[in-house]
Design a protein around this ligand. Structure first.
Ligand code: FES
Length: 581
């Protein structure tokens, strides 16, 4: 059955009225089929129709509880006089998907955007959780520009093993090092893994999921305090119900993402990211979201805006606590109140109130978890730094708070690998020509090269050095790093090697100098030598020749531009284009 009427919104009535308000056959089509679900006719009386975009999936363990969260949102929508309709979206399970969930972030964003535009919705609640689902949904909401509130699924309860806190991801890398070094057995690792994931929810370190949940709140796209309630806490469902109530008003007010996610909102988010010791992945995701909105945001903004901001939040991987502790200490409102001198306090988010009003009563209950500006966890300028130099003309990043201070300024000889697989083949060998000063380089792991820019930048150290007690080395790649990872790792080198960036022409034995305080990354090879190495270079053939991966390969942007697809940059708004006749 095909719809025949024009779907564009009519002034003065909800967008959904273009479907449901018509008389005779034109409206009957839409109403009748929806009534097959058992709704009474009042749902078509002009009340706002609220979509609940649900990234629930059993293949995304971090989002596996979102159907229950959706029930709470629905309660709120009904309560406020709206008509809720839940629908499934693509879901991205960070740990399960191959070659990497990041390959599909843009596909999910494209799918959700089109679902929002194609359906009779006046507003939407976005249910996300695992790493890529949050930015994908924010990108979609930005491009469709329909009133939207995000509800992230919340972190897991703190991990516990043998009487100590265990952080998702962070301890995965630590346990791996212990296993490789022979200080932990396989049986002990199996016992540890169940203690690391004790409940529903996303990673409970300040990894990418927690970071993006906090930044969704800092951008003004989720209700205050929402980022930190644990997934298993009843207050997660209170916040979901409140979001259901609020989206009905938001739809009536027509307060759209483009009015919330402004340049000021991104500046706030970047500074909050510095204060929480957030993930380096936030750089890529915020650039992509800003690109959808036409908000001018540069890679260098992340360095310049973050420099005066100290790290306040003492969470793994930069610190020692976990998200449950962060929640009990006051969560993001306490951080934003402490940061007020650095933020645009007149910014208005989904609450419809200014940031200053929103966090006015926020209190910190534990200064060990959320430090004050007077006694910060780490001093200003120790957040994510942006590096430039002849090895990364378009930039690279390093998370200083998760690095070893003695390596932030380092000069060493490169040992180069064309892929992470090539490195893993030899990493256990005793005759690997490597010592603690070596700079390990892995290339071929950028957006186009892998494809999908996997989180391998904090690859495990060579076995022989781990056995000698070395726990960190300078590592450089065009890859990303899990937000739960740590180490002196330079990431997101742009342009990547697969498109002919200088990284493609480094050779083992070349000198490389990392000067994080000076914000430079320098290859000790002259321009002339680099040019001669470049001569005759041809890019490798893509690994996949068809389907979405081909589309991705042909259109993906580099790390400094957010790794979006070039044709998805920008917004189309909520209306379906009219035919020109
Ligand atoms: Fe889903 Fe970490 S694996 S948030």
């Amino acid at each position: 059955m095909t719809a025949e009427r024009d779907h564009s919104a009519d002034a003065g009535r909800p967008r959904s009225g273009a479907w449901f308000a018509a008389e005779a056959r034109a409206g009957m089509i839409y109403r009748s089929w929806l009534r097959a679900e058992g709704f009474t006719p009042e749902v078509f009386d002009g009340r706002p129709v609220i979509g609940i975009a649900n990234s629930w999936s059993e293949l995304t363990p971090c989002n596996a509880h979102l159907r229950t969260v959706a029930d709470a949102v629905k309660r709120g929508v009904w309560q406020a006089g709206g008509f809720p309709l839940e629908f499934p979206t693509m879901s991205l399970g960070e740990t399960l998907m191959r070659p990497t969930a990041m390959l599909f972030r843009n596909l999910m964003a494209m799918e959700v955007e089109e679902l929002l535009r194609a359906n009779p919705l006046d507003g939407v609640v976005l249910l996300s959780g695992c790493d890529k689902t949050t930015p994908a949904m924010l990108m979609a909401a930005a491009s469709a520009d329909l009133p939207a509130i995000m509800v992230t699924g919340g972190p897991m309860l703190n991990g516990r093993f043998r009487g100590a806190d265990v952080g998702s991801g962070t301890h995965l890398w630590r346990f791996e090092q212990e296993l490789v070094a022979g200080r932990m057995t396989q049986e002990e690792c199996v016992a540890a893994e169940s203690g690391m994931a004790r409940s529903c929810g996303h990673c409970m370190t300040m990894g990418t999921a927690s970071t993006m949940a906090c930044l969704a709140e800092a951008l003004g796209m989720q209700l205050p305090g929402s980022a930190a309630w644990p997934a298993a806490d009843a207050r997660r469902y209170v916040t979901a119900q409140s979001a259901g109530q609020r989206i009905v008003q938001l739809a009536a007010e027509d307060l759209r993402p483009s009015r919330i996610m402004t340049r000021h909102a991104f500046e706030n988010a970047i500074r909050v990211n510095a204060a929480i010791g957030g993930s380096t992945n936030a750089v890529i995701h915020l650039l992509a979201i800003a690109g959808r909105l036409g908000v001018p945001l540069r890679l260098d903004d992340f360095d310049e805006l973050a420099r005066p901001v100290p790290t306040l939040v003492n969470l793994m991987p930069s610190g020692r606590y976990l998200m449950e502790d962060f929640c009990y200490a006051g969560g993001l409102p306490a951080v934003m109140r402490e940061l007020r001198d650095f933020l645009h306090n007149d910014h208005i988010g989904v609450t419809g109130r200014t940031l200053a009003e929103t966090v006015a009563d926020a209190e910190c209950w534990n200064r060990d978890v959320i430090a004050s500006l007077d006694a910060p966890l780490q001093s200003p300028g120790t957040g994510t730094a942006v590096l430039r130099g002849n090895l990364c003309p378009d930039g690279a990043v390093i998370k200083q708070s998760a690095a070893s201070p003695h390596l932030l300024k380092h000069r060493g000889q490169a040992l180069v690998f064309d892929s992470i697989e090539e490195y893993h083949e030899v990493a256990g060998r005793e005759d690997l020509p490597v010592d603690a000063s070596t700079v390990l380089i892995v290339r071929g792991a950028g957006p186009r090269g892998y494809p999908g820019m996997p989180e391998i930048g904090n690859f495990v150290l060579p076995r022989k050095l781990l056995e000698r007690g070395i726990t960190d080395m300078v590592r450089i790649s065009d890859a990303r790093m899990s937000g739960t990872g740590f180490g002196t790792v330079v990431l997101h080198v742009a342009p990547e090697s697969a498109v002919g960036g200088p990284l493609a022409f480094v050779r083992s034995g070349d000198w490389v100098e990392l000067d994080t305080p000076g914000r430079t990354l320098t290859l000790g090879v002259s321009d002339q030598q680099l040019a001669s190495r470049r001569a005759g270079w041809t890019p490798a053939q893509p690994r996949w020749s068809r389907g979405y991966a081909r589309l991705y390969h042909e259109h993906v942007l580099q790390a400094d531009q957010g790794v979006d697809l070039d044709f998805l940059v920008g917004a189309s708004g909520a209306e379906v284009p009219r035919h020109n006749h």
